[in-house]
Design a protein around this ligand. Structure first.
Ligand SMILES: [Zn+2]
Length: 98
């Protein structure tokens, strides 16, 4: 049994679960390959001048999430979490404000 990273719901073994694999790459990292020897020296110098772990995280990061069907749908509709409103409440079913 696994837990949804979106809502914390337990996902039963028979239930569909979705794995979201995110790869975030800094745009300037695209120039890393192919490189000339001069460019490689420059890249190595950049790595040596910075904390390599920090730099690695800045240039490239990867994460995986397990989502239930409901959270997967929500993620597809709003992958960046824009806005503060819960998209499930936008269908007019929520009651009037007191
Ligand atoms: Zn969920």
């Amino acid at each position: 049994m696994e837990i949804c990273d979106g809502c914390g719901t337990h996902i039963q073994s028979g239930e569909t679960r979705y794995i979201v694999h995110m790869t975030i790459t800094a745009d300037d990292a695209q120039t890393v390959s192919p490189v000339t020897d001069e460019e490689m020296e420059e890249i190595i110098a950049r790595f040596e001048s910075a904390n390599s772990i920090d730099l690695e995280q800045q240039v490239y990061s990867e994460r995986s999430f397990i989502l239930c069907a409901r959270c997967k749908q929500r993620f597809m509709q709003n992958p960046l979490g824009k806005g503060s409103r819960d998209p499930f409440e936008e269908d007019g079913l929520s009651g009037p404000l007191h």
